[in-house]
Ligand binder design. Structure first.
Ligand code: PLP
Length: 364
């Protein structure tokens, strides 16, 4: 039977593997997708419910109220904000606005899963620069910029390994990269950062208009299921280009309302973030005591470099009621959530580091 002819590059691409979800009734710690463990606040639920009643209408395609609120929050002109159906949609749009076929997109590896996929789909060429000790290697990335480089994706804190970039290192990188190259700082986990030396891209944009910052409502603001992210561009031209390629009506009425209500609830949500941050370093230290070489993390997750053993270790975690994200052959990413989740993680981590030795059968 003849099948429709599809693009050959699909054969070269992987398929996005979402974190596993528990079956109905299963009591598992869901630590595979860096979501917040806290349910939506009542006022956010109320805003979403009100929005649903209005959902026979298309959403505001320009998300005007949300765009204005974000511009006010960041003290920038509305023309520099672009809103998307999750920040992952903005990554896709960033490749679309910067790359023709064969142009290069540079990023560290391992980093956010979507970077190579979205680059390849667009017909651009992913250029992966290996991490150094779980950190993005900015000097090596600067050295990898070529005539064909159109976009650089810096993830800070880096998903899945955890470290954040230092502001001074990002400045040095931006000095080394030609100003016609669009540099993106993907700060999906920005609100979890407590290192004062870590970069906040919005502080650098006055000097580097080729720098664009991505933020999301999916993590600290707890709206992963509603899908809203945004870009703060260094220049209005870049934000305008994002709006040009934007899929119309991609951010739903409910998502826009939820994001606005969450901005109003920021103090409550940031208090939840503080709980997760307080959990992070003690969990890392205890994992290290058990024998796992967990790098520092500034996100709401920690990285277990289990290498070739990753599949087995992930299975041990699952057997202990903990769903984690397994990157086969490389390591596991574990979301930091509540204290009870951390306790489960530690039990599993101990079991995984000491594979059960079958007791010798006593001879009679
Ligand atoms: C580094 C990074 N960027 C972007 C995203 C996409 O987030 P969303 O599309 O939910 O805003 C994620 C999600 O896990 C992420 O880890």
């Amino acid at each position: 039977m003849t099948t429709p002819r599809l693009r050959p590059l699909l054969d070269r691409m992987g398929t996005y593997k979402p974190g596993r979800r528990p079956a109905a009734g299963q009591d598992l710690s869901r630590l595979a997708s860096n979501e917040t463990p806290f349910p939506l606040l009542p006022q956010v639920v109320a805003a979403v419910s009100a929005a649903l009643a209005d959902s026979n209408r298309y959403p505001d395609p320009a998300a005007v109220r949300l765009t204005e609120a974000l511009a006010a929050k960041h003290g920038v002109d509305v023309g520099r904000i672009a809103v998307g159906c999750g920040s992952v949609q903005l990554v896709q749009e960033l490749v679309e606005i910067s790359c023709d076929a064969g142009d290069e997109v540079l990023f560290g590896w391992r980093s956010f899963e979507a970077y190579p996929t979205l680059t390849t789909i667009a017909g651009a060429v992913p250029v992966e620069v290996p991490l150094r000790d779980a950190h993005l290697d900015l000097p090596a990335m600067a050295a990898a910029v070529t005539e064909r480089t159109r976009l650089v994706l810096l993830c800070s804190p880096n998903n899945p390994t955890g470290p954040a970039l230092a502001e001074s290192d990002v400045k040095a990188f931006l000095e080394a990269v030609p100003r016609h190259v669009l540099v993106v700082l993907d700060e999906a986990y920005h609100e979890f950062v407590d290192d004062p030396l870590a970069v906040d891209g919005t502080r650098l944009q006055a000097s580097y208009p080729n720098l664009l910052v991505l933020r999301t409502f999916s993590k600290a603001y707890g709206l992963a299921g509603l899908r809203v992210g945004y870009a703060i561009a260094g220049s209005p031209e870049v934000a305008g280009a994002l709006r040009q390629v934007h899929l119309p009506f991609a951010v739903s009425v409910a998502a826009q309302a939820a994001a606005l209500a969450s901005l109003d609830a920021a103090p409550q949500l940031l208090a939840q973030v503080a709980e997760v941050v307080a959990e992070r370093e003690p969990l890392r230290q205890r994992l290290r005591e058990i024998g796992w070489d967990v790098p520092e993390s500034q996100g709401n997750f920690v990285w277990l470099p289990a290498g070739a053993d990753s599949d087995r270790v992930a299975q041990v975690f699952e057997d202990h009621g903990v769903l984690v994200r397994c990157f086969s052959g490389d390591g596991l990413r574990i979301t930091v959530a509540r204290p009870a989740d951390s306790e489960r993680v530690l039990v599993a981590a101990r079991a995984a580091v000491q594979p059960t030795v079958t007791a010798p059968v006593a001879s009679s």
